[in-house]
Design a protein around this ligand. Structure first.
Ligand SMILES: *[C@@H]1O[C@H](CO)[C@@H](O)[C@H](O)[C@H]1NC(C)=O
Length: 300
């Protein structure tokens, strides 16, 4: 057998294995009925939309975020959307930079839901766009807070939730970013926090399998998405041209995450503009070329 033929046989085998892996992960909305779900960062953006999707499918919910007035509104919305008369919808106010609060959030959730099936780690401090790193004292101070919110809180929440997820053979979803696959100028610490969570949960996922726990972990690779916060940041830095960025619809992205999590998918790339998809693909083949194109795309 020639080398070329062997190579293409090997490649076909990989492609078929990949297709088999992913065709096995079917989403069934009936799986969500009566599930006990905690979502962080649920007052706006993708978190809020995930809460609505879960509510519509009849889940029991606990939502957490900093802003109580917004949380209350989301809860009201969930109550209206839920087809399940016995479903419960509760919230707890928490700022994820206070790591000691994470224990309380999990305790409240488990008490209120009487267990926990799905933990959706979604909250983040989204940086202002195109803010470069100068290594100033301010930058270093922000580094500590941002890593607490965007990374360490994820580990703390997952750790406190784990005993309950082991009982329910539950699911964890963590919202990462394509910034984990390709560096994007102006968001150094945010990008670093996504790498950190990918590393941590990548290992935890292996250990869940090795310990035979039945707990699944889904990484969610989110690209530019038009959430309230992102649009606000963009308008601040870009003015009218903010509309030129082809951002994904948060409702669509949220549904993609919910489906992948419920189907226990290994990872999901949510809706993305074509440029980002190309850059992510290119990043695997030639990181240097992907870098050059990314810098061009962001700074013309
Ligand atoms: C870093 O600090 C400088 C000076 O304080 C500031 O102008 C810049 O916006 C900061 N960068 C980030 C990423 O916060």
């Amino acid at each position: 057998m020639g080398y070329g033929l062997k190579m293409s046989l090997a490649l076909s085998a990989v492609v078929i294995a990949y297709l088999l892996m992913y065709s096995g992960t079917k989403f069934d909305p009936a799986d969500v009925q009566d599930k006990k779900v905690l979502i962080t960062g649920a007052s706006s953006g993708i978190g809020k939309q995930m809460a609505c999707h879960f509510a519509k499918m009849g889940a029991n919910l606990v939502l957490t975020a900093r802003r109580e007035n917004l949380l209350k509104e989301v809860i009201e919305k969930c109550k209206k959307l839920s087809p399940n008369p016995t479903a419960s919808h509760a919230y707890i106010v928490a700022d994820m930079k206070e790591l000691e609060k994470t224990k309380e959030v999990i305790k409240f959730s488990v008490d209120s839901l009487k267990g926990l099936d799905i933990l959706v780690l979604n909250h983040a401090r989204i940086p202002k766009m195109f803010d470069m790193w100068f290594g100033s004292q301010q930058n270093l101070t922000d580094l500590a807070t941002d890593m607490d919110i965007n990374f360490r809180a994820y580990v703390h929440l997952a750790s406190h939730a784990l005993p309950h997820l082991l009982k329910s053979k539950g699911r964890i979803a963590f919202v990462s970013s394509v910034a984990e696959k390709i560096p994007i100028p102006g968001v150094a610490v945010y990008t670093a926090s996504k790498h950190a969570m990918q590393g941590f949960f990548g290992v935890l996922r292996q250990e869940m399998v090795m310990r035979n726990t039945g707990v699944s972990i889904t990484s969610c690779m989110v690209a530019g998405t038009g959430t309230e916060q992102v649009m606000e940041n963009l308008q601040e830095s870009e003015g009218e041209t903010a509309m030129d960025f082809h951002l994904a619809d948060p409702t669509v992205v949220a549904l993609e995450i919910v489906q992948a999590t419920v189907a226990r998918q290994y990872e999901v790339y949510t809706s993305s503009d074509i440029l980002t998809s190309i850059l992510v693909f290119l990043g695997k083949i030639s990181p240097e070329l992907a870098d050059q194109l990314t810098m061009k795309a962001f700074f013309g």
